[in-house]
Design a protein around this ligand. Structure first.
Ligand code: ZN
Length: 332
């Protein structure tokens, strides 16, 4: 959706925003709304003028002496987020919420959003967290990957905090000074050194536009194998490098092939498979790492989920509408 259309049509007024959300089945229409919780009458739509003089749509009980009002957002916990005491946590109007979602989907950094909208850093942060939670739920509900010979699952590990596992200097800008002579002894020494380094590590599985990244404390077998079992269907074709954690994959029923990535790098005939995950790593790293300085595990994972969601929906004709459809899937 173009910016112009978004501002002129979707969020021109609160009523326009409400109509848009109803059109996409994110909020109840007045016909679908529950009856008045006090007297059971059918609710009606009313326009209520707020302090700023703007009309806001509300639902109101028409019965004389009752006239209970209710927010049109009720019934959707994303737009009407209440805590355990039933206290509403968001004082933003629908237009303001939709604007934050629109900017989130465009991947505008939070600091820029604060400047553009005049909202507090906390408000923007809260809404970005809510949006990333939607991504988390959506990506965690994908079925198992089924790796075939024509379309194998590629797995790889990457230490996000710094240099790559091996001296693949081209992965990172400015890393060329660390290029090794590539000898086995040098590789072995490097690997043993890097294995001791604390994370965060990210374990990745990729098959076409389905990519899944997981924050892991360690890159050992006890950590990676349960993830592979959870994400990959039995008998799947899996390609990886020679990382020792993968040694038993064939015995577990997978069709595991070790792809020598260094060779692939120079061999265009076989290089295509590993190239894909390498590129995707670089994208993930540049996108996610930028925002990740000093954040905790859960938040880090949510940024990875956001990245995977974007890859998952990259062919969508309208990412904003796709996101709202995912909100509906999670909250309705
Ligand atoms: Zn009533």
């Amino acid at each position: 959706m173009l910016l112009k259309e978004f501002y002129r049509r979707v969020i021109l007024t609160e009523e326009a925003a409400l109509a848009f959300l109803r059109e996409h089945d994110l909020l109840d229409t007045v016909q679908d709304a529950d009856p008045c919780h006090k007297c059971g009458s059918v609710m009606r739509e009313k326009r209520k003028r707020n302090r700023g003089g703007e009309f806001k749509p509300v639902l109101r009980c028409p019965r004389r002496g009752c006239q209970t009002t209710r927010s049109v957002r009720k019934g959707n916990q994303f737009f009407h987020y209440t805590d355990m005491n039933n206290k509403l946590h968001c004082n933003l109007g629908l237009c303001e919420i939709l604007e934050l979602i629109f900017l989130f989907v465009l991947d505008i950094p939070m600091s820029t959003v604060t400047t553009l909208t005049g909202k507090s850093a906390k408000t923007v942060n809260d809404w970005y967290n809510m949006c990333r939670e939607v991504c988390t739920v959506i990506v965690s509900h994908r079925g198992k990957m089924v790796g075939t010979t024509a379309n194998p699952i590629q797995i790889d590990e990457l230490r996000f905090a710094g240099r790559r596992k091996y001296n693949r200097g081209r992965m990172l800008n400015g890393d060329s000074a660390h290029l090794s002579d590539g000898s086995d002894a040098e590789q072995e020494k490097k690997r043993n050194h890097d294995r001791k380094i604390a994370g965060p590590w990210v374990f990745g599985l990729k098959q076409g536009s389905d990519c899944r990244y997981f924050w892991v404390e360690l890159c050992d077998r006890d950590t990676l194998i349960p993830i592979i079992e959870r994400e990959c269907a039995d008998g799947s074709v899996i390609h990886s490098d020679e990382w020792p954690a993968y040694i038993n994959l064939n015995a577990m029923g997978y069709q595991h092939t070790i792809v020598n990535q260094q060779q692939c790098d120079v061999d265009p005939a076989t290089g295509a498979h590993t190239e894909a995950i390498e590129r995707s790593w670089l994208d993930a790293k540049t996108t996610v790492l930028k925002r990740m300085r000093g954040v905790g595990h859960q938040l880090f994972q949510s940024h990875l989920d956001h990245f995977c969601w974007k890859v998952m929906r990259k062919d969508s004709s309208d990412l904003f509408v796709s996101f709202l459809e995912d909100v509906r899937g999670v909250y309705r």
